[in-house]
Design a protein around this ligand. Sequence first.
Ligand SMILES: C[S@@+](CC[C@H](N)C(=O)[O-])C[C@H]1O[C@@H](n2cnc3c(N)ncnc32)[C@H](O)[C@@H]1O
Length: 505
Amino acid sequence: MSDDPNLLYDNFPFPELHPDRLCTIGTLFGMTPAPATACRVLELGCGQGGNLTSLAMVLPESQFLGIDLSEKAIALGQADVATLGLQNIELRACNILDLPEDVGLFDYILVHGVYSWVPREVQQAIFKILRKHLAPQGIGYVSYNALPGWHARGMLRELLLEHVPKDAPALERIASARRLLSFLSNYVLTGKNTAGAYLKRELDLVNGLSDLYLYHEHLVDHNEALYFKEFTRRASEEDLQYLGESDFYMMMPDRFGPEAAQALESISHDLIEFEQYMDCLCTRFFRRTLLCHKEVELQRSLSGRRLHEMWVRSRLRPESSAPDVASHAREMFKGTHGDPIAVTDPLLKLALFRLASRPVAGLRFLSLFSDEPDERSEAHLGSAILRLYGLDHVQLGIWRRPFTDQPGPKPLTSPLVRLQADRGQTWVTNLENDMVPIDRFDACMLRRMDGEHTHEQILSGIVEDLHAGRVQISQNGVAIEDRQVIGELMWNKLPTLIGSCLLMA
Ligand SMILES: C[S@@+](CC[C@H](N)C(=O)[O-])C[C@H]1O[C@@H](n2cnc3c(N)ncnc32)[C@H](O)[C@@H]1O
């Protein structure tokens, strides 16, 4: 069966593809990549451009080109670009195999959800494009299904491919696959049957996802999972080298426990083997790998001094409202997930305490000190923050994010969010290029947050929507019509919208 070109993939944004994230990781490893605010970005297999369009909107001085084989997907994306009036993005229907030479050099080339799903010829073309079109300090992102973890996920794909009629149209194959999924979900033996329990988890996952995901992941002809070692071998044939992972913490062995790093080092001959064994330890099934030219001299030993120009955001909150930041007394900080962590270092305690007051916009690294820092104190605090970055407790960036922790009297969200809310989408794209689920009430608020309307005017609009029957508002199952109560609901929702990086400074 040939894959159906009219069946469009979901149109999602991805924070892992944000140029600032790639720039930050490159900088940490000694590169000098272009800043997100002034760069050229190419995305191969961009679908409808859901990822690039939001980037183009928040990074108006940068240039974006997205190509995809599907004319239908590109046409839909182009309509969004026109509606938003964006001048710095082009979406083009084009085969990866036919990318014209004259597109020039790019600081970032993104290839997400494509490599494992295309034939070998296109896989080779992807690496050739990276080699030919990445600027000397450019960074390529390529995601793919990884072994050995994918073997477990591949069990369900095999079952489905055995079952669905091979030459039927895509919609018929999806319907047939759904019938098998329902049969398996109802009767698979779990409990002591560990493989069955695993299969049940996969079934639950796919049952909750769209038909498009089901089709593209499990029913299309091509889906090659490969070992990281094989991926980097293929990249090196095109004179590309491994830079890192887009999820920085995935490169750190700390999450496997205190002795794991030593054990991994003793079993591995080089970084590639080290990473490969980490994949085995966490049975990883998907990778988001960053590549750069082989000529780039990477500095693998991380230095706290490289945080000099960076912004820091933290997920950690102090348990005490007045922590002792002067002495080495132990203070507890709690993340969004997991156990609280103990901190004794006064410099780090002060930094985390300050960061807790600016969870969305973050603070400049240099403003985390109480006095002018010298090289030693910068290196000291920088290293401590890098350890927390490696555990995914803090985020680093070079881009000054246009988010706010404190919206003014006329709150502002992005034009894209307003468009998505207007369309009745159940999620919107935040300023971090991530998806935020919203309900109808959130949508009523967001579509009016254009920097022109006061909170009172937004409230009046919601009440109008209610009277016109465009929204129903209820609390604990009881319908609400009272303006004052709706106003309170609105105020209660505001911190969540702020915390979701939806409001602009
Ligand atoms: C699984 S979708 C991923 C879309 C998007 N990157 C994402 O992750 O949401 C794969 C995309 O690659 C596109 N594609 C596949 N082969 C291609 C080729 N040879 N040239 C250009 N695009 C291609 C498909 O049309 C599809 O939009």
